[in-house]
Design a protein around this ligand. Structure first.
Ligand code: C2E
Ligand code: CA
Ligand code: CA
Length: 714
């Protein structure tokens, strides 16, 4: 009971407890009493009770659309809200207002126009009852709150209709006096709430869609319209919110959206699968192909051979050709890797054109290719293929406008009972290829067991060489270099020798390359220089006959970091004069990392060490090296010395090297002088220095000392 009637002055207790006296005229009083006979009239205003007089109240309807009266029944439950409104149009109204008016008031208005109100309170009651029933029976949930506070804790709920209770699962007691925040949940969109708050703080109607929670925690979507309600004086006293459950629509939307997402995911998944398949294909391709030539690779090739091994013993028939390009390294290093790549691609095409039947071609390694023939007569097929291959590769290849003559060596092996794996077969083909290479370029060879022995020997040698230094199997010989005219010994060239207890005397031409290969060249080189410097230093004790020392240095050594420091250390340790030391390098050192080499050479020169270009004429013979690098001496290769005697052109070349030497102040040494004729000719041409068996073979240190002593006596 919130309004207590007393004639002329009614005490009104607002929902939040304030009480005040309200003067009420007789007409209002009778109207209120009639309302009260139905239930209690609750002032839901903000302290300014809107019910001053019924006529005033009804009169206010003429200029305001919004009137609310909450009616309580005798059980103190809210019985309804009365909404009254003016005639349309409602263009100034919010959607919620229109809703309220359309669903509730309009019918009422038409059913009971305002006029009768003025005729007496019965019409109003009637209208209120109708309005109330509309609100009570409305399908939409309706909630009325006080106008304020909008900020925490929020306006208190003063009324809700049965639909609201039904939708939310709350009981009236649980709702009234609380704020609508009890409907919020985590999923309630914060920005939507902000939107509501901002509208309410400006007393503006607002319409939004948001998620609410029921008493049991389940969520539901509502379309929420909130409208401020003013009293007849235009003061906002309440908010009416109408909530329509749109869960179904939202769920439909959601499932539509989900369906869309699913569809997109499906598409994405499908394209991921396609992509994966593509990558898989690429990987498979990459796993079995060679990038550069697009030929099959080693892995594929080995797998193909394995297939043959999978057959019954009697059915295993296969032949493998192993091909290696002759001089490929020379081209690759000399013309650059790009040229090398182009050459390999062209070679791959040519090899492809040599295939017949079911032959499989693959690139096995750098410049190595292999072909597999299977089935009957695979041996004959392999031999035929080898012939075609050698012929096809005998034709010059044009790379970057330059004709390159390449050729290949082919090793052939046929599968026999001794082979137990694909590796076995390829290894023997490789061994046969080496044998073919030994016969010269562009040759083929069929594997036989003696070849395997050679391969085993190589392996033995590699292993033996690793221990040669520690086991003191190396020794040095010295070959004197003579002044051509005076025959004076000007210096010696140190040449390394390897005496192995089983392998015997292995020539340096054979083991130096292996030493480079297995990396012991650096240790060996140090030993050679160290030993030679120390020995010659002893011989040079007599300053009258100072000998120069030439030491051979391979490209691998020169390119090695710390080489120059090593030389300096040896010179220091042996007290050998740097000016008496000359290193011999071949032109091939310039092919790899010419910058590193240039720096090393400059540093050596800085130390005072001289540089000789060995085997001049066999490599590129680019005279360009002579003015590009600090070259002090040139050693004309033995092949020129030999050919000079029969070829006029060679004489011309030797002559120009000699004149170049004197013009550039570079010493010239002719190597490998074996005959008196050669010596005479060289002398006639003005060659200053000579070296060769004719004058002296390389000698052991002791012999060399004797030779020197004998010379000095003369
Ligand atoms: P190289 O520097 O051109 O050495 C000259 C080679 O020709 C030596 O062979 C020498 O014994 C040989 N020889 C000298 N006079 C004549 C002659 O009148 N006729 C013929 N047919 N041959 C003659 P060797 O000692 O077998 O050395 C072969 C190659 O091994 C050397 O060629 C050099 O490139 C390399 N080598 C030798 N010792 C060393 C070394 O200590 N370090 C490095 N890195 N390489 C070395
Ligand atoms: Ca040499
Ligand atoms: Ca030489």
């Amino acid at each position: 009971m919130l309004i207590e009637g007393a004639p002329g002055a009614w005490r009104v207790t607002a929902a939040y407890g304030t009480t005040r006296e309200v003067p009420v005229d007789a007409a209002t009083e009778s109207w209120l009493r009639m309302l009260m006979s139905y239930g209690d009239v609750v002032d839901i205003g903000d302290g300014s009770p809107f019910i001053h007089s019924v006529p005033d109240f009804l009169g206010s309807l003429a200029d305001t659309y919004r009137v609310c009266i909450a009616v309580k029944d005798h059980t103190d439950a809210l019985a309804g809200i009365v909404l009254l409104a003016q005639t349309p149009p409602f263009k100034l109204l919010s959607a919620a207002q229109i809703y309220a008016l359309k669903t509730h008031s309009v019918a009422l208005y038409h059913a009971a126009p305002l006029a009768p109100v003025r005729n007496g309170p019965e019409g109003v009651i009637e209208r209120l009852r109708l309005l109330e029933s509309v609100v009570v029976h409305a399908k939409d949930a309706i909630l009325i709150t006080e106008a304020e506070p909008i900020d925490l804790p929020g306006p208190r709920i003063v009324y809700c209709n049965p639909a609201f209770l039904e939708t939310t699962g709350f009981s009236l007691e649980e709702i009234v006096g609380k704020t609508p925040r009890i409907l919020q949940c985590e999923e309630t969109d914060r920005s939507t709430l902000d939107q509501i708050r901002s509208a309410l703080s400006k007393w503006q109607p607002v319409e939004v869609e948001l998620i609410n929670t029921r008493r049991d925690g389940t969520r539901f979507w509502v379309q929420l319209s909130i409208v401020p309600v003013a009293n007849e004086k235009g003061w906002f006293t309440h908010w009416v919110s109408v909530q329509r459950d749109i869960t179904e629509r939202k769920e439909a939307e959601q499932s539509l959206k989900q369906a869309q997402i699913d569809r997109e995911e499906q598409v994405a998944l499908r394209s991921r699968l396609v992509e994966r398949e593509r990558i898989q294909e690429e990987l498979t391709y990459a796993a079995f192909h060679d990038d550069l030539t697009r030929l099959k690779n080693r892995a594929y090739f080995m797998a193909q051979i394995q297939e043959v091994f999978n057959l019954a013993q009697a059915e295993r028939e296969a032949a493998v050709l192993y091909m290696d390009l002759d001089r490929f390294k020379y081209i690759n290093d000399g013309m650059g890797h790009r040229a090398g790549d182009i050459l390999l691609q062209i070679v791959a095409q040519r090899l492809q054109s040599c295939l017949t039947g079911n032959a499989v071609l693959a690139r096995i390694g750098g410049d190595e290719f292999a072909i597999l023939h299977t089935g009957d007569a695979s041996k004959q097929a392999a031999v035929d293929t080898a012939r075609r291959v050698i012929q096809a590769l005998g034709v010059a290849v044009e790379v970057e406008g330059q004709a390159i003559f390449t050729s290949c060596s082919v090793g052939i092996v046929t599968l026999d009972a001794a082979h137990t794996s694909a590796e076995d077969l390829v290894r023997d083909a490789d061994v046969a290829m080496y044998a073919a290479k030994k016969q010269g370029q562009g040759k083929w060879a069929l594997f036989d067991l003696s070849m395997r022995q050679a391969a085993v020997d190589l392996l033995l040698m590699r292993n033996a060489l690793k221990h040669a230094l520690a086991r003191e199997e190396f020794y040095l010989v010295y070959q004197p270099i003579f002044a051509a005219r005076s025959r004076r010994i000007e210096g010696v060239e140190a040449l390394v020798r390897w005496q192995h207890p089983v392998l015997g005397n292995v020539p340096p031409d054979v083991f130096i390359a292996v030493a480079e290969d297995i990396g012991i060249i650096h240790e060996m080189g140090r030993w050679v220089m160290q030993t030679a410097c120390a020995e010659i230093k002893r011989w040079n004790a007599d300053p009258a006959s100072t000998l120069r020392l030439n030491v051979n240095v391979s490209g691998a050594e020169l390119n090695h970091v710390g080489f120059v420091a090593k030389v300096a250390e040896i010179l220091q340790g042996t007290s050998f004069s740097a000016h008496d030391l000359q290193i011999e390098i071949t032109e091939s050192v310039f092919l790899n990392e010419p910058e590193t080499v240039a720096i090393a050479l400059a540093d050596l020169r800085e130390l005072g060490v001289r540089i000789a270009l060995d085997d001049f004429g066999t490599g590129y013979s680019s005279l360009g090296y002579i003015d590009r690098y600090p070259i002090d001496s040139i050693k004309i290769d033995r092949s020129f010395v030999t050919r000079m005697m029969t070829h006029r052109r060679t004489i011309a070349i030797v002559t120009s090297i000699l004149s170049l030497g004197s013009a550039l102040d570079v010493d010239i040494v002719a190597e490998g002088v074996e005959t008196q004729d050669q010596l005479d000719r060289l002398q006639a041409l003005g060659c200053p220095f000579v070296q060769g068996y004719l004058l002296s073979p390389p000698l052991r240190g002791e012999e060399m000392k004797q030779l020197l002593a004998a010379r000095n006596e003369n």
